[in-house]
Design a protein around this ligand. Structure first.
Ligand SMILES: Cc1ncc(COP(=O)(O)O)c(C=O)c1O
Length: 364
């Protein structure tokens, strides 16, 4: 295969997904298993969204609207940008890949943070580019250090805000300083997958940069607070010339018709985002209180997950799995001593708390 496969693919490490509930139940013979591994909203979609999906099911003999006209229209009204500033994808995951395929030559470089969401690095590696991974400062993107490694070859800088898995964010002032003097030939991708969970007053309003025509691509998703992770819908917002280049290679029917209907209905479900955010904040406070009590170090998070230092992430992953709680070990993120837990429902959070108490007590 080496002879016929692209060199970049031979070196490529595939993405490891969180363990599915069914698999853990089968493997360990457990009746109840809680998945706190992939930063999903623990609440399922509302009845209104389910009704919209059911209605769309009757039409799945037809291809979906390839241009996602109605969904783009709804998003453009909500965001105050033109439909031509939006691209839809099968999750933002696909959009990250489309960005790489549209703009990266093998001679280009991309810049990421060392512990940033891993799909950016993969997008660069897929295209055979050099990936410059910059150490973080206090588990936060070190924007000054990232700017220092810019060269003539830099094509894209990826910034997850807040970042997965650290949960930290860069504020409006820090971002403004970062943009000052940055070459206009560089595309900055602002991944805001957890945007709707943010409460910080100084969180940057990045769509303003897009409106001014800056080379910025903002990413948002229906997978997190909107509870549609299994349907795969995400979107990018950018100046028209950027979107039109990406549209050239977007697969024609990449967002299915049920997903489009669900996403449109989700946007109409007005109070739900606020309610889900409030519940998540309550759950996160509970988990943080418990971590302090258990003397476990964690990174204060702005998102719906917490990065926790356990000493040995793999071991804790296995111990928690044995008790029916799936978390994420962080060795892939070069954080072998850490795990990441998603804030779940009250019942799930309490189960996680009982499990970590047991591990901590047995250790002492
Ligand atoms: C920072 C970040 N960006 C993008 C994604 C991918 O989301 P999607 O489901 O829209 O592909 C995730 C998923 O966990 C994420 O954490």
């Amino acid at each position: 295969m080496r002879r016929i496969t692209r060199k970049a693919i031979m070196k490529f490490q595939p993405y490891k997904t969180g363990k599915p509930i069914g698999e853990v139940k089968r493997e360990l013979g457990l009746k109840s298993v809680y998945k706190l591994a992939s930063n999903e909203n623990p609440e399922g979609p509302s009845p209104m969204v389910i009704k919209a999906m059911e209605a769309a099911l009757a039409g799945i003999n037809r291809y979906p609207d390839g241009g996602c006209y109605c969904l783009k229209d709804a998003l453009s009204g909500k965001l105050g940008v033109k439909a031509s500033n939006i691209i839809l994808g099968s999750g933002t995951d696909e959009i990250i890949e489309i960005i790489g395929k549209t703009f990266l030559e093998p001679s280009d470089e991309i810049i990421v943070s060392k512990h940033a969401f891993i799909r950016y690095r993969m997008a660069g590696e897929l295209m055979g580019c050099r990936v410059r991974a910059v150490p973080m400062k206090n588990m936060k993107h070190d924007l000054a250090a990232m700017k220092k490694v810019v060269t003539k070859k830099t094509k894209i800088i990826f910034i997850a805000n807040p970042n997965n898995p650290t949960g930290t964010y860069v504020n409006a002032g820090e971002l403004a300083r970062f943009f000052k003097g940055l070459s206009r030939d560089i595309i900055v991708v602002m991944d805001e997958a957890y945007y709707e969970y943010m409460t910080a007053k100084d969180y940057p309003m990045t769509i303003g940069y897009v409106k001014k025509g800056a080379r910025v691509i903002v990413l948002r998703t229906f997978s997190k607070i909107y509870s549609l992770a299994g349907l795969r819908v995400g979107y990018g917002i950018a100046p028209e010339p950027i979107i039109s280049m990406m549209e050239r290679i977007r697969p024609p029917f990449n967002v299915n018709s049920v997903a489009q209907a669900a996403a449109i209905a989700s946007l109409k479900d007005k109070g739900r985002v606020k309610r889900c955010r409030a519940r998540m904040l309550e759950g996160r406070r509970l988990l943080e209180k418990e971590l302090k009590k258990s003397a476990l170090e964690f990174v204060p998070s702005e998102a719906n997950f917490i990065l926790i230092r356990t000493g040995n992430g793999r071991k804790w992953f296995d111990l928690l799995l044995g008790m029916g709680v799936i978390v994420r070990a962080m060795d892939e993120y070069e954080l072998p001593g850490w795990i990441r837990v998603t804030v779940g429902t009250q019942k799930e959070n309490e189960k996680f708390i009982r499990a970590i108490r047991k591990i901590v007590n047995e250790k002492n």
